[in-house]
Ligand binder design. Structure first.
Ligand SMILES: Cc1cc2nc3c(=O)[nH]c(=O)nc-3n(C[C@H](O)[C@H](O)[C@H](O)COP(=O)(O)OP(=O)(O)OC[C@H]3O[C@@H](n4cnc5c(N)ncnc54)[C@H](O)[C@@H]3O)c2cc1C
Length: 398
């Protein structure tokens, strides 16, 4: 049985209040205009929510539940604005997964900045030819003395081009696939780093998504996360056929799966709450529509699905915090279930509102568009099923 500590409850309520008062009133504007919500991020920074202290404390809170709880509240507030905040955390997680303690101390503070000098980070992995197949990255990193030269194109990067810290996965030896990859920090303003096309999207439109182009980008050896010795030893092991453990890229994605699940839960819960309220107020044939079993049962399924997905999410988050490996693909189960629940619940919410669900004056239309991304980014539903079925085949799922 999961129980939230008083401290986590207090933080949850604080983030909820921020989401309600500072995010929700601006959600429609930033969705409509597809702009990065800098004023809201600034406010979050002013109150301490967009800060190293807050997220450090959240990551290391002993139960592991503060991270999904806080994330759910932010995405309950708004998914696009929530992702503008969480996008930075993806870059931060990349640094945490691969960097040395000294690199963490140097780069992580630079990912947030201050209210008057806001910063952001991003995680640059996906490429035009390498989405689900992350082993086939073509962005090349070539060593030149004490420097590395990076060349390639990244696509669909959250905060790509506008971030101060780009965390870039590149291949050093393409034949070794993910075992031949390394992770680099590329700061804003580095010659050769530029933003390509900014994408126009179905949902989470407040969040900036763009191509990142790397043309003869030179970075010093210190920007290689983990350092040269670790990389050389990994390459040596891979070339001699020994196991190298998970790459920085894969372990970053694995650790963020419960977080994406919590993001999906936030949107699902927002849609469910709205639909429930509406169903109790909207009258047709002389009584509230919730009096129809067809509507009440939809709401019952929505509530049960959200709860089930939350339990999977909290389990995975607690395991990740306590260093328990996902032998039974618990992270993938949480991400798969919560994202598909979000798609289903938001679709049902639109149905419960009827025509009003389909127009932009009501937020469920936005929730419906926002929810779809969770079955796609950071590993599609198909890839999560692949990971789960591999665990089944390995016979670990007992
Ligand atoms: C809004 C947005 C934000 C994003 N943010 C980031 C970011 O910050 N950083 C980053 O690096 N990436 C980011 N991504 C990229 C995202 O992670 C990829 O889009 C995703 O991993 C899928 O890759 P793909 O789009 O190339 O699809 P593909 O890999 O081409 O897949 C196409 C379809 O084929 C299926 N498929 C592929 N392989 C298999 C298989 N072996 N078995 C069964 N089915 C399969 C997929 O599930 C999917 O349905 C973002 C994407 C979007 C849309």
């Amino acid at each position: 049985m999961f129980e939230l500590s008083d401290d986590v409850i207090e933080i949850r309520d604080w983030v909820h209040e921020f989401a309600e008062k500072e995010m929700r009133p601006h959600a429609e504007y930033f969705d409509e205009h597809e702009e990065t919500p800098w004023p809201v991020i600034k406010k979050a920074c002013e109150v301490g929510l967009y800060s190293l202290d807050f997220w450090g404390q959240t990551f290391f809170e002993p139960s592991g539940l503060q991270l999904p709880v806080v994330t759910e509240e932010l995405f309950w507030g708004d998914a696009g604005i929530g992702l503008s905040i969480q996008g930075t955390l993806l870059g931060v997680t990349g640094i945490m997964s691969s960097g040395t303690p000294a690199q963490l101390a140097e780069w992580v503070p630079k990912c947030f900045g201050t209210p008057d000098d806001l910063k952001a980070a991003c995680w640059c992995m996906t490429e035009p030819q390498a989405g689900s197949d992350v082993g086939s990255l073509r962005t090349r990193a070539v060593q030149d003395g004490d420097e590395w030269i990076l060349n390639g194109t990244k696509v669909f990067i959250t905060n790509g081009g506008i971030a101060d810290v780009h965390v870039v996965v590149a291949t050093v030896d393409p034949e070794l696939r993910h075992r031949g990859q390394a992770v680099f920090v590329v700061p804003k303003g580095t010659p050769g780093l530029s933003q390509g096309k900014k994408e126009k999207k179905l949902g989470i439109r407040a969040s900036h998504t763009a191509e990142v182009i790397l043309e003869d980008v030179r970075v010093p050896m210190e920007y290689l996360l983990g350092g040269p010795d670790k990389l050389n030893s990994k390459l040596e092991k891979a070339r001699s056929g020994q196991s190298t453990g998970k790459s920085g890229g894969l372990s970053t994605l694995e650790s963020t799966r419960p977080v994406v699940a919590a993001e999906a839960l936030g949107v699902a819960r927002a849609a469910y709450e709205y639909a429930l309220q509406y169903a109790m107020e909207r009258e047709q044939f002389g009584h509230p529509i919730i009096e129809n079993q067809a509507i009440a049962f939809k709401l019952a399924d929505m509530a049960a699905d959200i709860d089930a997905a939350r339990l999977l999410t909290w389990r995975a988050a607690a395991m990740a915090r306590n260093g328990k490996p996902f032998h039974n693909a618990e992270g993938s189960m949480a991400k798969l279930k919560a994202s598909e629940v979000a798609v289903r619940v938001t679709e049902q919410a639109v149905q419960i509102l009827g025509g009003y669900g389909y127009i932009r004056d009501f937020p469920v239309e936005r929730y419906y568009r926002d929810a779809k991304i969770f079955t796609i980014y950071e590993g599609t539903s198909e890839i999560q099923r692949l990971v789960i079925s591999r665990a089944l085949k390995a016979g670990l799922n007992r």
